[in-house]
Design a protein around this ligand. Structure first.
Ligand SMILES: Cc1cc2nc3c(=O)[nH]c(=O)nc-3n(C[C@H](O)[C@H](O)[C@H](O)COP(=O)(O)OP(=O)(O)OC[C@H]3O[C@@H](n4cnc5c(N)ncnc54)[C@H](O)[C@@H]3O)c2cc1C
Ligand code: SF4
Ligand code: SF4
Length: 1024
C-alpha cells in the first residue's frame, strides 16, 4: 500500500492545481464502480479509497504523472466514467486515481477515410453528436453511450449496439496512443492492440484512440416477439444464414419484459409524464437496419419468423425499445439493487444456456442480450447481461450474489466465458482472454511494469480477491441453494426514513445504478468537475450517510443547496429517478427542519423580503415605479380584471425594461389586465430553493391574497421563476396548507402568441434583419414545457431569424445562475460562459432570454469573461420593434452586482473575520462581565492569551450575541465602507443586519473563531 508523503503531495498540487483532489469524501467517490460489492467480499478487497485523484488535461501531463509515479513507487488506477462493474477502476492498492474527465477533445473526424481520432475521455454520446454533424456516425457503441468513454471501452473490452454487424469494439479500432509505465508514448496498431484492448489499463494509460466510423444513414427498427429461448436461437441463426443486412440485434428475456412493465415511469411533480408501453411476456428482439435495406430485411424476416413462432410486435413497442435502449437500469429501482452476471456464449448454445439458468436459478434473472454475427473465431456469439434484483442492504444479498457464479458456470459448461476479468475473475483470465493473449500480456507487463504500478490487482494478478472468487466458485453448489431460497420482493417499497433521509429519497439512493448518465450535463458538475457535485456522487454519499460512514457537514449541505434546480438530470437518468425533487426535499429537511445554515446572502434576502417584499433590499413603495404612468387607470390595481400581470422583484427593481416591455405588449395586443403593484411580493423562488420554507409560505400567502384583491384568476408573468410558482408550486403548496387557490399561471409569450393566432395582434415590419438565438430557461422549459410560445413569438417578428443553440428545448443547458452565482461567482461565470459560447457558435447577434436572473447572469458573465454577445429580454426585443423606448438595464445590473459580490464576500468566515479585524477596540469594549479590561490585562502578561486560546471557541459563541447590539453601529459603518450600497439599502441596514447576524452567527462562529484568534491576540498584545 502506498502512502503519498508531503513532498509528493506538493508535486501533485503544483502540477495539477485545482485538478488534484485530496479531500477524503471526494477520494471515496473515486474508489468504486457501478457494482455494489457484497459485504463478505469487502474485507477481502480492503480499502479502495485512493490517496489522491488527478485529472490530467494533456498527454504530456499523463507522461509526467507516470514518470513521477514510477520514481515514487505510487500505483496509478485509470478511470473513464466508472460505468463498468468488474472492479477495474477500484484502486485496490490506493495510490492515485487518474480521471480521464478532462481528456475529451475530438481531434479529428475524417469523413472520407471513415475514422475519428479522439482523446480517451470522450464520451460516446458526445462523439456521435459531433460525427453526425459531419454526416458520419459510430459503427457501434455500448448501451452506456450517454456516459462511457472511448478509452474505457477499449480498455474494458466489449460489444454493444451495432455489434451484430461491427463485431467486438477492439475490431473497430485503428490505433491507440498509449503512455507506457516508463513514460514512453507508443502508438499501438493492428495486432499490437491486443496488448491494450481488454487489458483494463494494466499495460498503459490510453491517451488517444482512432476509431472506425460509418456514413450516417437513416435507420428503421422493428421488434419481434418469440416465445422461448430455443426459438430465439433458431431465429438468430436463420437471420445469419440468410445474410439479412441488419446492423444491430439486441434482445430481452420475458422476465426483463415483465419487470420493464412494472418499472416506474418518468415523473414530473409526482405524476407520470410518459405513456406506459406494455411489453408481451416473451423474448423480444429489437432489430435496427438501414432504411435502404428495409425491403430485403422484411422479405427475409417473414421466412425466418414462421418456423420459430416469431411475430412482429407493434411499431410503438419497437420505437419504445429503441428509444429506451440506454435505459436498461430502469428495472434496478425495483430491487433496489441488482446482482450482475455477464457472460459471453456461442450462439449455438443460447437456448441451452437460457434454459439451464431458468432451471438452476430460482431467482428472477432479467437478461439483455447482444448478438455478434462474427465473434471470436468468426463464429456468432451472444453477450448476456444478466441481473438478479436484490437488496444490497440485506445480508442475504451475499447469497444472491453467489448465483452470478452459477450463471458463469453454466455459460462455461456450454463453451462460454465471463465477459471480463477486472478484479474478480483474474483466476479465469485464460478463459476470458485466451491463453495466447494472456501469455503475450504477461510478457509485456513483466517487461514494462515489473513493479505492477499500473492498475495493480487487475486482469493478471488478482491477489486475495481472485483467490476468494475461485474458492467461491468451488463452493457454488453449496451457495446456490441459499441464494435460491432468498425471498425476492420486486417493486419500489420505500417504507420508512433512514436516519433522517425521507423514505423515498433513501430508496432512490440505492435505486441509482451509478451509471453516470447524469454527470456530464449537470451544470453543478461541469462547473466544478468533481464527482461529489454530480447526482451520482450525491446518491453515493447518501448511501454512505445512511449506513453511518458519513455525517452532514457544511460542505455537504452546500452541495445539496448549490444544485441550480435545472432538472436536466431527471431526463438523463437511466433509472428515471426524480433527482432534482429529491434534492428539493433535502433542502427542506436540512434548512427548514434541521435549521442548518443556508447560503448566507439568502439571510439578507429573507430579511429584506420579510420587511419590504423583495430580495433586493429596495422599498416596497418603489416596487411599481416602473409602471407606465398612463397605465394606472387602465391596468392599475383599481381596475378589476381576470388577468393580473405579475412582475416579480428582480424585474421590478433591477431590470425594469422587462416588465415595461411586457405590459406594453399586453396592452398593445388588446389584453385586459390588472396589476397588484405594491401588494405584489417576490414570488418566493429564492426562499424555496434556499430552504427557508417558512418565509416562502408566508410570501406565497401574501401573493395569493394580492391577486384575489384585484379580482384575477389568471396570473401572467414575464419571469420563468414566477411562472413556476404560479403554475406549479403555489397550487401544490396551497393544497398542502389547505388554502383555496383556483389561479392559473401563464407566460406573456403564450398570451401574446394566442392573440397573434387569433388575428388580434401583429408585430410591425421594421425592415430590419437580425439573427437571434433563444435561451430556454429551466424554470419554464423543463418545469412547464413552454418551448413553442417563445419561439412563435420570435418568429412572428418580421425580419428575425431564430437559430437554435446545440442544447435547446428540453435539453437546454442552465445559465448557472442564482444558487451558483450566490455561492461561487467564479463557477457561475464558467457555467454561464459555457452556455454563452453555444450562443456565439450559432452566429446569432443577440441572445434572447426570458428570465431576469438568466439575463443578470449572462450580463455579469459577459463582463467577467469579455464575451461579445448581447443578452436582451425577449419582451423588450418585441416591444422595441413596435417603437417603444425602454431603459437600459445594464447600469443597474452592474451596480447591483457590485453590491451583491461584495455582500457575498463579506458573508463568509473569511469576510467576517476581516470585518472583525477592523473593529477590535469596539469588540473588546463590548465584552460583557467586564471581560474586556481583563482581556486587555492578559494581553500584557506574556503567554497568558496563548494559554487562553483553547477557551476562545467556547467563549466566543456565548459572548457574541451579547456583544452584537453594542458593536452593531460600528459594524454597519464598516459594512457601509466595504459595500457600495445605494442609499435605500444603507438606510435599511440597521434593521436588516441584526436579523442576518442572528441567523448566521450561530452557524458560522465556529469557522470564524480560528481565523480571528491570532489577530485578536496580536491586537491585545500591542496593548492598545
Ligand atoms: C447502463 C449500462 C450499460 C452498459 N452497456 C454496455 C454494453 O453495451 N457493452 C459493454 O461492453 N459494456 C457495457 N456496460 C459496461 C461499461 O459501460 C463499459 O465497459 C464501458 O466501456 C466502460 O467505460 P468507462 O469509460 O466507464 O470505463 P471505466 O469503467 O472507467 O473503466 C473500465 C476499465 O478501463 C480502464 N480504463 C479506463 N480508461 C482508461 C484509459 N484511458 N486508459 C487505460 N485504462 C483505462 C479502467 O481502469 C477500468 O479497468 C454498460 C454499463 C452500464 C452501466
Ligand atoms: S438539477 Fe441540474 S444542477 Fe441540479 S443536480 Fe440536476 S442537473 Fe445538476
Ligand atoms: S442518478 Fe440516474 S443517471 Fe445518475 S448515476 Fe444514478 S441512475 Fe445513473
Amino acid at each position: 500500500m502506498s502512502k503519498i508523503n508531503k513532498n509528493q503531495r506538493i508535486f501533485l498540487e503544483e502540477k495539477f492545481g485545482n485538478r488534484v483532489n485530496f479531500r477524503k469524501l471526494e477520494r471515496k467517490l473515486y474508489g468504486h464502480d457501478i457494482a455494489a460489492m457484497p459485504g463478505l467480499i469487502k474485507p477481502i478487497i480492503g480499502s479502495t479509497v485512493p490517496e489522491a485523484v488527478v485529472q490530467p488535461e494533456s498527454e504530456e501531463e499523463l507522461v509526467e504523472l507516470v514518470r513521477w509515479a514510477a520514481r515514487n513507487n505510487i500505483p496509478l488506477t485509470p478511470r473513464g466514467k466508472a460505468s463498468s462493474g468488474y472492479g477495474g477502476v477500484l484502486p485496490v492498492k490506493n495510490g492515485v486515481v487518474v480521471d480521464f474527465y478532462r481528456l475529451k477533445k475530438i481531434k479529428n473526424v475524417d469523413a472520407e477515410a471513415l475514422t475519428t481520432m479522439v482523446q480517451a475521455g470522450v464520451v460516446w454520446e458526445r462523439l456521435d453528436k459531433e460525427l453526425m454533424k459531419q454526416g458520419v456516425t459510430l459503427r457501434l457503441y455500448p448501451s452506456s453511450y450517454p456516459a462511457a468513454t472511448v478509452g474505457g471501452w477499449l480498455a474494458q473490452g466489449g460489444a454493444g449496439i451495432g455489434s451484430y454487424e461491427a463485431g467486438w469494439f477492439k475490431d473497430n479500432v485503428v490505433g491507440a496512443r498509449v503512455v507506457l509505465p516508463d513514460g514512453e508514448v507508443k502508438d499501438f496498431r493492428g495486432e499490437e492492440l491486443e496488448l491494450i484492448a481488454d487489458a483494463e489499463g494494466i499495460t498503459g494509460l490510453i491517451s488517444e484512440v482512432t476509431v472506425r466510423i460509418q456514413p450516417k444513414e437513416e435507420l428503421d427498427v422493428i421488434a419481434i416477439g418469440c416465445p422461448d429461448a430455443d426459438d430465439l436461437q433458431k431465429m438468430m441463426e436463420s437471420i445469419i444464414d440468410k445474410e439479412l443486412p441488419i446492423w444491430s440485434i439486441v434482445f430481452i428475456n420475458p422476465r426483463m419484459a415483465e419487470l420493464k412493465n412494472k418499472a416506474p415511469l418518468l415523473e414530473h411533480f409526482e405524476h407520470p409524464v410518459e405513456e406506459r408501453v406494455l411489453l408481451p411476456a416473451s423474448y423480444i428482439m429489437t432489430l435496427a437496419f438501414r432504411k435502404k435495406d428495409g425491403e430485403a430485411v422484411m422479405a427475409g424476416l417473414d421466412e425466418v419468423m414462421k418456423p420459430c413462432q416469431g411475430e412482429i410486435l407493434s411499431e410503438r413497442i419497437a420505437e419504445h425499445e429503441w428509444e429506451n435502449r440506454f435505459k436498461i437500469m430502469i428495472v434496478k429501482r425495483l430491487g433496489p439493487s441488482l446482482v450482475p452476471a455477464e457472460v459471453v456464449i456461442p450462439l449455438n448454445n443460447l437456448g441451452k444456456v437460457m434454459n439451464e439458468i431458468e432451471n438452476k436459478v430460482a431467482q428472477p434473472v432479467v437478461k439483455e442480450g447482444v448478438i455478434i454475427r462474427e465473434g471470436a473465431g468468426g463464429k456468432p456469439e451472444v453477450v448476456i447481461l444478466g441481473f438478479i434484483p436484490s437488496d444490497q442492504r440485506k445480508f442475504n444479498y451475499n447469497f444472491v450474489f453467489g448465483l452470478s457464479l452459477t450463471i458463469m458456470k453454466i455459460a462455461e459448461k456450454y463453451g462460454g466465458r465471463a465477459y471480463a476479468t477486472g478484479l474478480y475473475f483474474t483466476k479465469m483470465v485464460d478463459k476470458v482472454l485466451g491463453n495466447e493473449k494472456v501469455t503475450r500480456l504477461k510478457a509485456f507487463k513483466q517487461k514494462i511494469d515489473p513493479r505492477s504500478l499500473l492498475n495493480p490487482g487487475k486482469v493478471l494478478d488478482g491477489g486475495l480477491t481472485g483467490i476468494f472468487m475461485s474458492l467461491a466458485r468451488i463452493f457454488e453448489p453449496l451457495i446456490r441453494p441459499l441464494g435460491n431460497r432468498v425471498m425476492t420482493q420486486l417493486g419500489e417499497r420505500p417504507d420508512k426514513p433512514v436516519r433522517d433521509i425521507p423514505a423515498d429519497v433513501a430508496w432512490y439512493a440505492y435505486g441509482c445504478s451509478q451509471c453516470g448518465y447524469c454527470i456530464d450535463e449537470c451544470d453543478q458538475f461541469y462547473g466544478r468537475g468533481w464527482e461529489s457535485q454530480s447526482p451520482r456522487g450525491k446518491w453515493y454519499w447518501l448511501r454512505e450517510y445512511m449506513e453511518g460512514r458519513e455525517e452532514w457537514d457544511q460542505f455537504m449541505v452546500d452541495t445539496i443547496l448549490v444544485c441550480t434546480t435545472c432538472e436536466l438530470c431527471n431526463l438523463r437518468c437511466s433509472a428515471s429517478l426524480p433527482i432534482e425533487p429529491a434534492w428539493m426535499k433535502l433542502r427542506g429537511l436540512l434548512i427548514d427542519e434541521e435549521k442548518r445554515m443556508t447560503f448566507p446572502p439568502f439571510e439578507m434576502m429573507a430579511a429584506s423580503l420579510t420587511k419590504e417584499g423583495d430580495i433586493w433590499a429596495a422599498y416596497r413603495q418603489n416596487r411599481s415605479d416602473w409602471f407606465p404612468e398612463e397605465f394606472w387607470e387602465k391596468h392599475g390595481p383599481t381596475h378589476k380584471a381576470k388577468i393580473a400581470y405579475f412582475a416579480g422583484c428582480t424585474a421590478s427593481h433591477v431590470e425594469t425594461d422587462i416588465p415595461i416591455a411586457a405590459v406594453r405588449l399586453l396592452d398593445a395586443a388588446g389584453v385586459d389586465f390588472t396589476y397588484a403593484a405594491q401588494k405584489e411580493n417576490c414570488c418566493g423562488t429564492p426562499m424555496l430553493v434556499c430552504g427557508k420554507w417558512d418565509v416562502f409560505s408566508e410570501t406565497m400567502k401574501k401573493n395569493i391574497a394580492a391577486i384575489r384583491e384585484v379580482g384575477a384568476d389568471t396570473v401572467v408573468t414575464s419571469c420563468p421563476a414566477c411562472d413556476m410558482m404560479w403554475r406549479q408550486i403555489y397550487p401544490r403548496w396551497a393544497e398542502r396548507l389547505g388554502i383555496e387557490y383556483g389561479i392559473t399561471g401563464k407566460h406573456y409569450s403564450e398570451v401574446i402568441t394566442d392573440q397573434i393566432k387569433d388575428g388580434k395582434f401583429k408585430f410591425p415590419d421594421t425592415g430590419k434583419k437580425i439573427k437571434v438565438t433563444l435561451h430556454d430557461s429551466c424554470h419554464i422549459g423543463r418545469v412547464s414545457n413552454v418551448y413553442d410560445a417563445p419561439r412563435d413569438f420570435i418568429k412572428a417578428i418580421p425580419g428575425v431569424e431564430l437559430v437554435e443553440m446545440e442544447h435547446n428545448r428540453e435539453r437546454a443547458h442552465c445559465c448557472g445562475s442564482v444558487l451558483t452565482l450566490i455561492k461561487e461567482p467564479p463557477v457561475a461565470a464558467d457555467i454561464g460562459k459555457a452556455r454563452m459560447d453555444e450562443a456565439v457558435a450559432t452566429g446569432a447577434e443577440k441572445i434572447l432570454a426570458l428570465c431576469p436572473c438568466c439575463q443578470f447572469q449572462f450580463r455579469v458573465t459577459a463582463e467577467k469573461k469579455g464575451l461579445d454577445i448581447e443578452t436582451i429580454d425577449m419582451a423588450r426585443f418585441g416591444a422595441e420593434t413596435m417603437g417603444f423606448t425602454l431603459p437600459d438595464p445594464k447600469p443597474e445590473v452592474q451596480k447591483q452586482w457590485a453590491v451583491f459580490e461584495a455582500m457575498i464576500a463579506l458573508m463568509t468566515p473569511e469576510g467576517f473575520a476581516e470585518l472583525m479585524g477592523t473593529m477590535w477596540p469596539e469588540l473588546i469594549d463590548a465584552m460583557p462581565f467586564r471581560m474586556g479590561p481583563m482581556m486587555r490585562f492578559m494581553g500584557k502578561i506574556p503567554g497568558a492569551l496563548n494559554l487562553m486560546k483553547p477557551l476562545f471557541p467556547v467563549l466566543f459563541p456565548r459572548l457574541l450575541p451579547m456583544m452584537m447590539p453594542k458593536v452593531m453601529p460600528v459594524m454597519l459603518q464598516r459594512v457601509g465602507e466595504r459595500i457600495p450600497m445605494p442609499d435605500y439599502m444603507k438606510e435599511q441596514m440597521p434593521e436588516l443586519m441584526p436579523k442576518v447576524m442572528d441567523n448566521l452567527m450561530p452557524h458560522m462562529i465556529g469557522d470564524v473563531v480560528p481565523l480571528v484568534t491570532r489577530p485578536m491576540i496580536d491586537y491585545l498584545k500591542k496593548g492598545k
